[in-house]
Write a new protein. Structure first.
Length: 338
């Protein structure tokens, strides 16, 4: 089968012919139809994070496909069933986090396209208990980003605890943020969108944002305070900039919550005085559980969330990575392997 393989960190991926993997107990072999390209894939290929993937490896954790073969002890699926492969490949199932519905915090988890091979390939292995079941009628191109960008932002919004009718500020209207905006509106929230790109703000307005602002404007925080009547109840930071993390605290009303899903390198300043006196909550949010994923998919199936995508061939992955690194990708790029 063809696959895009990382042989060395920071070097172009190689399109290679590699053996088709064989499913073991509790596993599925999935024929990949499409695979979304996430900024995390770029971080993985460049070896940016402290815990690096073992070389060589195949990236990709937004895989949409059809069950091609069942491993032993799999009885919940049939060959031909449509499924989605997400970031969480599997978890231990018995630690305190797995037992309480927080399997994304499991210390023994495996992650698709990072600690196990992912979906930048014609076939990929999925754990039957962790792949998402998809409806029989769906668009493989627009469904792929839901498996990461969708569930990540949906969970991030839930973590702000903002309620219908309240204000959510979204910092960064890129691959994650433009999907977050759609979830927020579908969940009954009012949204102020911030970005440093005018094209991103045009997209935000098209998608239903109640207000749009340049994040790099000197009075951005003041204007958010004015628009929302004292600050946003929740702030979701998808931007990959430490400055956006610092600014988020200035956008938040008293007793508000900042939910962080972007992963830029470095640190950000935290004004202790404001956090204490305003009773602010700063909360990290990492993808979403299997239940979160099912709920995120349901919004998409109902037509309330539709990622903006353009397709590319597997052989174009290095060009896509260059565009992503340069910030020239609007919406999401999805590899079409059909």
């Amino acid at each position: 089968m063809r696959a895009a393989v990382v042989r060395r960190f920071g070097q172009p991926l190689r399109i290679e012919d590699v053996p088709v993997p064989q499913p073991g107990p509790g596993e599925l072999l999935i024929k990949v139809l499409t695979s979304g390209v996430c900024h995390t894939d770029l971080h993985a290929a460049d070896g940016d994070w402290p815990v690096k993937p073992a070389l060589p490896f195949i990236p990709g954790h937004e895989g949409v496909g059809l069950v091609a073969e069942l491993g032993p002890d799999v009885d919940r699926f049939r060959v031909g069933d449509p499924v989605g492969l997400a970031w969480l490949h599997d978890a231990c199932g018995h630690c305190e986090y797995c037992r309480t519905g927080w399997e994304t915090l499991c210390g023994e988890q495996h992650d698709s396209g990072y600690s196990v091979n992912g979906a930048y390939a014609e076939y990929v292995i999925g754990r039957a208990d962790y792949v998402a079941r998809l409806p029989s009628s769906f668009d493989p191109l627009t469904m792929a980003p839901v498996l990461c960008a969708g569930v990540t932002t949906y969970k991030g919004i839930l973590e702000t605890e903002a309620r219908p009718g309240q204000w959510l500020a979204i910092s960064g209207i890129g691959g994650l943020g433009h999907v977050a905006l759609q979830y927020a509106k579908a969940m009954g929230l009012r949204v102020v969108a911030l970005d440093v790109g005018d094209d991103k703000l045009v997209l935000a307005r098209t998608l239903g944002a109640d207000a749009v602002l340049r994040a790099d404007a000197a009075d951005a925080a003041e204007r958010v305070q004015q628009i929302t009547g004292g600050g946003a109840h929740g702030v979701l930071v998808t931007a990959v900039s430490p400055d956006a993390f610092t600014q988020a605290l200035q956008l938040t009303r008293r007793r508000g919550t900042v939910s962080l899903v972007g992963l830029p390198p470095g640190e950000f300043a935290t004004p202790i005085f404001d956090v204490v006196l305003k009773r602010l909550t700063i909360r990290g949010s990492i993808v979403g559980t299997r239940q979160d994923l099912d709920e995120a998919i349901a919004f998409a199936v109902a037509g309330k969330v539709r990622p903006q995508v353009r397709s590319a061939r597997l052989s174009e992955i290095n060009d896509v990575f260059r565009e992503l690194k340069a910030g020239r990708v609007n919406g999401r790029v999805v590899l079409d392997l059909r």
